[in-house]
Ligand binder design. Sequence first.
Ligand SMILES: Nc1ncnc2c1ncn2[C@@H]1O[C@H](COP(=O)(O)OP(=O)(O)OP(=O)(O)O)[C@@H](O)[C@H]1O
Length: 624
Amino acid sequence: MNHFAAAPGGVDPGDISRSWQRCRTAGLTPEQNRRDDPHLTHAERRMAAERRATLVTQARPVMEYFYSQIKDSGCVMLLSDENGYLLDSAGDADFCTRAAQVALSPGASWAEEARGTNAIGTALIERKPIVVTGAEHYLRHNSFLACAAAPLTEPDGKLLGAIDISCDARRYHPHTFGLVRAAAQMIEKRIFELNFVLQTKLRFHMSSNCLGSLMEGAVAIGEDGRILGANRPGFAMLGLKYEDIGKRDICSLFDMTIPELMALGLRSQTEAAGVRLRNGELLYLTVEQMRAPVIRRPAVPAADIQQPDALAELDTGDARVSKAISQLRRVLGRKVPILLQGETGAGKDFFAHAIHAAGPRANGPFVAVNCAALPETLIESELFGHAPGAFTGARKEGSPGRIREAHGGTLFLDEIGDMPLAMQTRLLRVLEEGTVTPIGGKPVPVDFLLISATHADFTARIAAKTFRSDLYYRLNGLSVSLPPLRERTDVAALTERILAREAAARGGRAPTLSPELAEACARYTWPGNLRQLSGMLRTACLMLDEGEDTLHLHHLSEEALRELTTKRPTTVTLEASGATLREQSDAMIAAAVAEAGGNIAAAARNLGISRNTLYRRLGNVREH
Ligand SMILES: Nc1ncnc2c1ncn2[C@@H]1O[C@H](COP(=O)(O)OP(=O)(O)OP(=O)(O)O)[C@@H](O)[C@H]1O
């Protein structure tokens, strides 16, 4: 039979002949016995899956989704690591004999050197999508199969593994090749996003309609403009090579300075900008700003630079914050649960991101869940996941749940004080047993760093039996209190840092504050904390005229000006009275609503919190 006549469109027959040549050179024979097929032991399999935990957790929902599309066509979907060992499968290999089923189950090796020409092994060597059907398989006993596989790479080009769809050779459909490539792109996209939560990302395509789709190119860049990683379409559209990662400057592709790019980013929030590559190609581009604050320092010789990490970036000189940071550093890398406490807007979310980014799990996922924002009916399946069709309304393909998505990284449970009691019990079990059980599914081992945050007063909640004390002790490996802005001694340094970040985004120089504005900021009590300060500064910066580099009181919005120049004795009185954090913040909310004449939108703006948060908090205030 002419092997290559069967090669489907889009596949290079040269791939198969090169592979056969490699098999001959390696001394494999087509008659080789199935008993020689390598297979990992149970323990080795577990280790292989743990080593590639992010790949497995990110690929799983994609595999379930794609498998649900091809369920009735007698196919099995397989995930392998970069050595060709199968890590996971979706579907039943009931189209083949039991002996062959073993070869398609986790633990089996499909490395080309062991199993001859096959889609997974050959795709891993050729580093491109491959189809191998029937007698194209080098080993005769595999000729009942038709397989399509695509390699999976990290954003820096490192090989992670391969995704494959296999079926009986007589039932192969050419669309399978397209499906497997789309699945690979979707998995790589998820891994790209996880790797670069905090970094600035450019998203682009030749057609603006393709932005936001699987075809969209994406590249992540560092503060200095170096390219940190890209997705597969990104590599192709920008003509990048793997060797460029970590070395090449984004400006060398677009002929633009970093401030120009950032300014473009600000504009591109409403509409994609058309930008030409140096080779003349037009791309439509959007820029997503990094979340961590950026400080641009004057150029210093590289050897003198002590690379600050994400936590150091948050240390602006307040003694309580510095102490919190040094305590956090001592537990970085250990699996000590961290509990962040502080008023709304005090920077708990910022800290959680920085702890993740400064620790050894920085390359793993950062999964944030706001326990107060999820309706009680959804929180269980959102957090713990569910098996396919576990309940009416469940996603057909099932869902791994947010806890499993955090495997290998950090789970950030914001507003944990608002978690319903039943969920607290389930969460406690996850923390005690190290496994998560999806609704209608079996327990799955999980490993993550837990950071939780709250503005709630736990003592009162535990006394009122709305929060489990045993869970509180589990969450509280290290408890860190972030001071409210009015108590911080570094308001000026913080202001400078926020302005520097804004300037980097706009592409200009950071303005300074006039003495009157600086004094008003220092006197003010900041009920909305850092959120309010940064919101106020951001708006004021937009009021600067061309060439102006000092922010004055007249650059503030009318409301901000009134706030800053009006005395706010409420806090002082309460602090002196020894009220709890919760009582203080409830009183502040009530005062702000009264001050705004009952106008919730205005009160929320003054407090620097969202309207939804204010409505929720008002519910609590009225309950008290
Ligand atoms: N260290 C910081 N430097 C500059 N800006 C900051 C810093 N920390 C927080 N901010 C600003 O304050 C906003 C609110 O911060 P963050 O979301 O971390 O607060 P939070 O305590 O988690 O609030 P909430 O309890 O309402 O969720 C951020 O979006 C950012 O604009």
